[in-house]
Design a protein around this ligand. Structure first.
Ligand SMILES: NC(=O)c1ccc[n+]([C@@H]2O[C@H](COP(=O)([O-])OP(=O)(O)OC[C@H]3O[C@@H](n4cnc5c(N)ncnc54)[C@H](OP(=O)(O)O)[C@@H]3O)[C@@H](O)[C@H]2O)c1
Length: 399
């Protein structure tokens, strides 16, 4: 672990959107306590504006270099990221990462490795881009009884949904622009299928509620099947469709998790969260409702978050994981009722979802529509069947 005031000698892995944003911010810093020694990349043929000895391709050189005391992992490959992060911590180096997929899948193991090697492992940039949500959960919510936490965690999906709602463009056109603007992951399916939001939710849940969750254990439904009719119907109901990652304590004191599109009305703070912005609402016993809002992606907002982690590590900061360590986390359940809007191709063989009550149903030439109450557990159990169909599914309200 870094001692306060100790000079940080840094190796950055990756030279993409986030790494370049971070390096620009580092260059603009005049404190003199941070020194960038190496940037490690993969592709030897790419044209770059950096040269050796700063630029290098051999990841193991950095791990053997005793001078380097901080590794900043900003690559887009979760398996390679895991190798880099684990090897760096085992070599006694502090680590910063923005890789939510890698962190969500291995969070408990990574916490243990950082402890065993007495190094800091910070990853504020992995959730909410420039929003310091993990830091807030660690600092202000470590003893708070949180009842609800969630919101818009994926910039690319929110950009697509905002453009469809506000300008009337088709899904495919909005996705193309989101990718061109650098908001989408290298594999945009991670964004639009809700998978990126799910990983972020898993990371938040461990900090907010202390509960480690397997990402595969969360019902996750994205926006890739959305069409203009869905947007039009939501507008008729005075709503916008937003992709929401949600963690909520139910009436029996159990935690309910999901990632799904929701109909969001003007009364919600999330209604006005547009384009690449993210918005997270926390509700807790003593702090009441708090709203976190800001740019959820892009080189500078995410790079600024990485820079904040760097500053924190230089001051000896580590995450405390207070609730996780105490082990006083709630039970997790999928047994939860919610009202959904479901659009399916007309006349097709339907997935047999159990509807508890139906409030509206209608059809046009192409599609059948239903608004009905169902159980999240049933949706989760039928998730593979549902994925095979071109259904669009959104929560209209919690029951
Ligand atoms: N973009 C955002 O707004 C954003 C926001 C929050 C979090 N994140 C996360 O931040 C990370 C980086 O995202 P990004 O958008 O900056 O990615 P990116 O623009 O696609 O850049 C990826 C970089 O990783 C490098 N790389 C891949 N495998 C490598 C390896 N094995 N060794 C060394 N370098 C390797 C690539 O090297 P080459 O240059 O040689 O190809 C490239 O420079 C990801 O985990 C992402 O999920 C991104």
């Amino acid at each position: 672990m870094s001692r306060k005031g100790h000079k940080m000698k840094i190796a950055v892995y990756g030279y993409g959107t986030v790494a370049r944003g971070f390096i620009d911010i580092l260059k603009s810093y005049s404190g003199g306590n941070f020194e960038l020694l190496k940037i490690v990349v993969k592709d030897r043929d790419k044209k770059r504006d950096i040269k050796p000895p700063l630029l290098c391709f051999e990841k193991d050189d950095i791990l053997r270099d005793k001078d380097i005391n901080l590794v900043i992992e900003l690559i887009d490959d979760a398996d390679d990221a895991y190798d880099i992060v684990v090897s760096a911590m085992r070599a006694g180096k502090n680590v910063i990462s923005a890789n939510k997929k890698m962190i969500a899948g291995k969070q408990e193991e990574l916490i243990k490795i950082s402890e065993n090697n007495n190094v800091s492992f910070l990853y504020d940039a992995s959730v909410g881009g420039g929003i310091a949500i993990i830091r807030n959960l660690e600092d202000s919510y470590s003893d708070e009884n949180i009842k609800q936490l969630g919101g818009i965690l994926n910039a690319s999906s929110n950009y697509i949904l905002s453009q469809m709602h506000n300008t009337g463009v088709e899904y495919s056109e909005a996705l193309k622009v989101a990718t061109e603007k650098g908001f989408a992951e290298s594999n945009p399916a991670l964004d639009v299928e809700g998978i990126d939001s799910k990983y972020k939710l898993v990371i938040l849940v461990l900090h907010a509620f202390g509960l480690p969750v397997d990402p595969d254990d969360i019902f996750t439904w994205g926006i890739s099947n959305i069409i203009k009719q869905d947007i039009r119907f939501a507008k008729k109901k005075g709503s916008k469709i937003k992709l929401i990652a949600s963690a909520e304590i139910n009436q029996s004191g159990k935690l309910v998790l999901s990632v799904m599109p929701h109909f969001i009305t003007l009364s919600s703070l999330l209604y006005s969260v547009e384009d690449e912005s993210n918005g997270i609402i926390g509700r807790s016993v003593f702090l009441g409702e708090q709203f976190f809002y800001g740019k959820g992606a892009g080189g500078y907002p995410t790079g600024a978050s990485v820079f904040t982690d760097l500053d924190a590590i230089s001051n000896g900061h580590v995450y405390k994981y207070k609730k996780y360590r105490k082990g006083n986390f709630p039970d997790y359940t999928k047994d939860h009722l919610l009202e959904v809007y479901l659009r399916s191709p007309a006349g097709s063989k339907k997935v047999m979802i159990k509807f508890i009550s139906v409030s509206e149903s209608w059809s046009d030439n192409e599609y059948d529509y239903i608004i009905a109450v169902t159980n999240l557990k049933d949706l989760y159990n039928k998730r593979e069947e549902l994925k095979e169909k071109e259904y669009f599914l959104a929560v209209t309200s919690q029951v």
